[in-house]
Design a protein around this ligand. Structure first.
Ligand SMILES: [Zn+2]
Ligand SMILES: [Zn+2]
Length: 166
């Protein structure tokens, strides 16, 4: 979904987006449509986009690689500025903690912004549950489901030597 900057009225533009979340291979599988409510407002030469979004994405657990369903809900605010402004030494970075990005052309890729912010709100290491035990590094079994005997056989070689000496 694109918004032409020239179509944003002086009082700002409110948008509701509800639609499919594009798949990001290796990152997530879309599970429910994404809902986002956005406000676009011109500021100087740029545009401030603020909004909230919610969706559910499918990830894999970083320990056992089981599928994880993760509800994602967050808010963002971003200042889109024409690239030439970056060279302007008087560019005052916007108040607060606004993220700054460059505009590309005269349209705003609204869905692109939503996708980007969903990405930013994902955990680095998603877990199927807090205490996921992961896969056994030796036999590869899922330790949430079985308990293998690998760790019992695993004896520090120095200890083994010591045992021999004793
Ligand atoms: Zn897991
Ligand atoms: Zn094992």
């Amino acid at each position: 979904m694109f918004v032409e900057i020239s179509q944003i009225p002086a009082e700002g533009l409110d948008l509701l987006y509800q639609g499919d979340l594009p798949e990001r291979e290796g990152l997530w599988e879309p599970k429910t449509p994404v809902r986002a409510s956005l406000h676009l407002e011109k500021r100087e030469k740029g545009v401030v986009v603020s909004g909230t979004f919610s969706t559910v994405v499918g990830l894999s657990c970083s320990r056992c690689s089981d599928p994880v369903l993760l509800p994602v809900e967050d808010a963002f605010e971003i200042y889109l500025t024409p690239p030439s402004r970056a060279l302007d030494e008087n560019l005052e970075l916007t108040p607060g903690e606004l993220d700054v990005e460059f505009l590309e052309g005269d349209k705003i890729n609204v869905l692109g912004l939503i996708v980007e912010n969903i990405l930013l709100s994902l955990p680095w290491q998603p877990l199927c549950r807090e205490d996921c035990r992961g896969l056994c590094p030796r036999c590869g079994q899922n330790l949430n489901e079985v308990s293998c005997n690998c760790h019992e056989e695993e004896i520090d070689p120095r200890l083994a030597l010591l045992k021999k000496l004793l």
